[in-house]
Write a protein that binds this ligand. Structure first.
Ligand code: PBG
Length: 329
């Protein structure tokens, strides 16, 4: 592999000048590599700061164009919608997820009506914003029920597709849900709606700030270890991905991002399909707070985002995606 040796070969020659460094760059990022998560909240004319995530906001539907206009102008291919649901609308079964007038449904309809196909919409399929216990599915004696939960997720997926959602993104980690959702969408005439499976989702401590953003952190009982993956494992990630590909996933997600670069690479090397990385809320808040406190300079953002590319990710979900002009230059 290595051809040549010192002193005939000096790798520093090609690093000497900026033009030369630019010439031999192996990886780069463009706005087309990013998905912007957007938090939604009920009410009027709000752009509400989120305590756990500096510079990230919850938007009311009437204010959505503030952020969507910008996303389109910056040529982001897709946004991901996440609702903050009021406590009084939550229950044990997460029934608000199936309300065709819920926040996510209203947001999809507005975006599709106003912007047509100028930007893609991706929606989480999972019950955690809607359940009073903060778990992604139905619960019975501390265990999340698999097959019973899938029945609800099928309907949540179909509802989102009917509203105009382009990419259904199950993040719940129930076994077999991709196949069941694919079949159900097809049967109901939505065979062109894409599925992005959160195939590899670890039971991570890095989700904390997000749970605050969607209002499930105070409510969450226990942890999610009986359905999300153990961070000690990597081969298990390959089993998850291979099942989801067979069941019909168009793309797969690895989540969180930075502590799991090895997994992104492993998945990409084993399966030649689009692999996305999620730079989750905890990663975002650590970097952002570090920068705000002058503990570290803002170059850490580009450096961590490039690492996803180097590992083989096709695209990255990032809360920094609305400020790329400050990051990519
Ligand atoms: C829930 C969901 C989570 C995130 C996205 N969808 C949290 C969880 O599983 O508890 C986390 C995203 C982030 O931390 O940025 N289905």
């Amino acid at each position: 592999m290595i051809t040549g040796k010192f002193p005939a070969l000096r790798l520093r020659r090609s690093r000497k000048n900026d033009w030369s460094r630019r010439l031999i760059q192996e990886n780069n990022l463009t706005p087309g590599d990013f998905i912007l998560p957007i938090f939604l909240i009920d009410g009027k004319n709000k752009k509400q700061p989120i305590k756990s995530m500096p510079d990230v906001y919850r938007y009311t539907i009437d204010n959505l164009s503030l952020v969507i206009d910008k996303a389109i102008k910056k040529k982001l291919p897709m946004v991901a919608l996440f609702p903050y649901i009021e406590k009084k609308k939550k229950n044990n079964f997460g029934t608000e997820a199936l309300n065709e007038d819920n926040l996510v449904c209203r947001a999809i309809q507005l975006i599709k009506k106003r912007y047509k196909d100028q930007i893609g919409i991706m929606c989480d399929v999972a019950l955690d914003p809607y359940t009073s216990h903060g778990h992604d599915g139905l619960i019975s004696s501390k265990i999340i029920l698999n097959d019973e939960t899938i029945e609800i997720l099928k309907n949540q997926s179909l509802l989102q597709a009917q509203m105009g959602c382009d990419v259904i993104a199950p993040s719940d980690m129930m076994d077999g849900r991709i196949g069941e959702i694919r079949k159900y969408l097809d049967k109901n005439g939505y065979n062109m709606t894409q599925i992005l499976s959160y195939a590899v989702k670890y039971a991570s401590n890095f989700y904390g700030p997000f749970r605050n953003a969607v209002g499930s952190n105070q409510l969450l009982k226990g942890d999610k270890k009986n359905y999300q993956m153990d961070f000690r494992n990597s081969h298990e990630a390959l089993r998850e991905v291979s099942l989801d590909i067979k069941e019909g996933a168009d793309m797969v997600m690895v989540k969180p991002g930075l502590p799991y670069l090895d997994i992104i690479k492993l998945v990409k090397e084993n399966f030649k399909i689009p692999v996305l990385a999620y730079q989750v809320s905890g990663e975002y808040s650590l970097l952002k707070n570090g920068i705000n406190k002058n503990l570290i300079n803002k170059g850490v953002v580009l450096e961590s985002l490039i690492s996803f590319k180097r590992a083989g990710a096709n695209a990255i979900v990032s809360y920094f995606a609305d400020r790329l002009d400050q990051i990519l230059d």
